[in-house]
Write a protein of this length. Structure first.
Length: 89
């Protein structure tokens, strides 16, 4: 569901243990992510990564990284991943 630390390292150009630098790169380049806490690896949705790399997702996030609207709707993402078309609030 999320990119691994090694995949994030490849995306950002930083070592797999340089989480703060990865988070800064993601923020600077408009990639939404979840931060699991101090010192933790940022979590980027694999589906978003794939869309972004294929050109089907917006090139930059349109809201601030600390805005609540950047937090993924887990229920909606799970529904999309499972192929359901159920509308979730």
């Amino acid at each position: 569901m999320y990119l691994t630390a090694a995949e994030l390292a490849q995306l950002t150009g930083y070592q797999p243990n340089q989480f703060a630098r990865m988070r800064r790169w993601l923020k600077d380049h408009g990639w939404p992510y979840e931060d699991p806490g101090a010192g933790g690896c940022p979590r980027v949705w694999r589906e978003y990564h794939d869309q972004r790399m294929s050109g089907t997702a917006p090139a930059r996030a349109t809201v601030a990284a600390n805005d609540a609207s950047t937090t993924p709707n887990r229920a909606r993402l799970q529904a999309l991943q499972n192929g359901r078309k159920k509308k979730i609030g």
